[in-house]
Design a protein around this ligand. Structure first.
Ligand code: EPU
Length: 338
């Protein structure tokens, strides 16, 4: 039986740095250990919360239950041919460490996702994406344990129902499974995905040709210049999702707001840059006590030190109302609110 801690502070387990507590806390480092733990009475009687890197959660209150921290490690090549390599990665590995491992092996597919905070197990959950890439494009299988039965199961890529910042794990299976391993298929030929303009600009500045290494470097530079380092300033990346609206509506909005940033994502739909909406509403750098809107990226909310989760969520609600009032658009959090 694992060591179960009582009244445990989660301050160092969430990148917002919110000082909420868990009634009970423990961690597991293998599927077997997790399966054993799930048989224990405490898992039948207490509410459970599976914690990864804590980089996409906002704790608005103490957690009255058992927090289970995923510490399953391991990066293992399982198959390869002349074109690609399949790698099984433990859900408790740090995502960025896996990215560094892949570029060291000259494998391509996740270099655009460098420096995203959090653990590998969370990557399919919200289909992490950045700089023209999404993790759904490399995942071939996700292994998980069903909490209720304790059974080990897996999904293929299509069974994960991936879409923008979403998957079956964030939807129907929310709170019902623990992801234990993610299998990714990476290319031996560099993909050189530079469709996101800022990457090309950064490569030029670095005077480098595209390669998995140089693209990862460019992404690291861009992210570091725009996004606050959670070790220095508490945050959880983009707090809101970019809203998707009908293109006809976007065109109407453009008449009033000619500078509004949107990207056509299908014949009829446009994804709007929520960062632009917030920035243009004059909220960049806005601060209320220790909760604020980041000064360089309006989509990111920050904790200047002692903000509570409630203060952050109240700021988020205020922003939502202002955005709704100004543009008629409802923006929704990307972050999981607890
Ligand atoms: N913008 C502003 N003001 C701001 C922020 C953005 O005008 O304060 C404008 C930018 O000038 C740009 C557009 O909005 O024209 C988009 O901005 P950016 O390229 O910074 O990307 P984003 O849409 O704000 C998304 C992801 C990020 C990801 C970047 C790069 C979401 C919710 N966020 O942000 O992901 O790194 O694209 O691909 O989709 C995260 O999910 O936590 C995250 C950081």
């Amino acid at each position: 039986m694992s060591n179960i801690l009582n009244n445990y502070s989660l301050k160092y387990h969430n990148t917002f740095g919110v000082a909420a507590k868990a009634k009970y806390f423990t961690s597991f480092s293998s599927e077997d250990q997790l399966a054993e733990l799930l048989k224990d009475n405490i898992c039948k009687t207490e509410s459970l919360f599976i914690l990864g890197g804590g980089s996409n959660i906002l704790l608005t209150q103490d957690f009255d239950g058992l927090v289970l921290a995923n510490n399953i490690k391991g990066i293992e090549i399982i198959t390869e041919n002349e074109k690609s390599t399949s790698i099984a990665v433990g859900a408790g590995e740090i995502w960025h460490d896996f990215v560094l491992w892949s570029i060291q092996k000259n494998l391509s597919g996740i270099e655009n996702l460098a420096l995203i905070p959090g653990l590998v197990g969370a990557s399919p959950m919200q289909n992490i994406g950045a700089y023209g890439a999404e993790v759904k494009d490399v995942i071939t299988k996700v292994r998980y344990i069903e909490i209720e039965s304790g059974k080990q199961k897996s999904f293929t890529n299509s069974e994960c129902n991936f879409s923008y910042r979403n998957s079956i794990f964030k939807d129907e299976l929310k709170g019902r499974v623990v992801i234990t391993e993610v299998v990714c298929k990476l290319s031996k030929t560099p993909l050189n995905n530079t469709k996101y303009g800022a990457i090309t600009d950064e490569l030029k500045r670095l005077n480098k040709e595209p390669s998995p290494q140089s693209i990862a470097q460019a992404v690291i530079n861009i992210r570091s210049s725009k996004l606050p380092d959670p070790k220095v300033l508490g945050n959880s990346g983009s707090f809101f999702k970019n809203p998707i609206i009908e293109t006809i509506w976007f065109k109407k909005l453009k008449k009033d707001f000619p500078e509004m940033v949107g990207y056509k994502i299908s014949e009829t739909q446009t994804k709007i840059a929520a960062g632009w909406l917030i920035d243009n509403a004059g909220l960049k750098g806005y601060r209320k006590a220790d909760a604020g809107v980041h000064k360089n990226q309006a989509l990111v909310l920050v904790n200047y030190g002692n903000a509570t989760g409630l203060e952050i969520i109240n700021l988020a609600k205020e922003i939502q109302e202002i955005i709704k009032e100004k543009y008629g658009i409802q923006i929704e959090p990307e972050v999981n609110i607890l």
